[in-house]
Design a protein around this ligand. Structure first.
Ligand code: SF4
Length: 99
């Protein structure tokens, strides 16, 4: 997909942050992002270890699938992923640049 009128920022100003305790790997973010920022894959061992017991059980129930912002540097802060996520697992965070 290409750029949309809703794109609000240059790349590298905001990044999507995914709450792996909430994400159920439903892939809505991969479908709506115009810049192909997300991939849904198996949660890393490190991220899985950081989950609460309840979130671990939920993760296993969803085959340990979760979203990662593998191309976060391409994010234009359009907000479509935030709106589309049924688990409200995505927030946009402003990057602060040194210098
Ligand atoms: S806000 Fe979400 S949908 Fe929009 S460009 Fe960034 S990652 Fe993609």
């Amino acid at each position: 997909m290409g750029a949309t009128d809703e794109c609000r920022a240059e790349p590298g100003v905001y990044v999507p942050v995914i709450d792996h305790a909430k994400c159920e790997g439903k892939k809505d973010c991969t479908r709506v992002c115009p810049y192909d920022v997300f991939e849904v894959t198996r949660i890393s061992e490190q991220d899985f270890a950081a989950l609460s017991i309840f979130a671990k059980l939920k993760s296993v129930a969803h085959r340990r699938q979760t979203a990662y912002a593998v191309r976060a540097d391409q994010c234009r802060a359009c907000g479509q992923c935030v709106k589309a996520c049924p688990e409200k697992a995505i927030k946009l965070r402003a990057l602060t640049r040194a210098g």
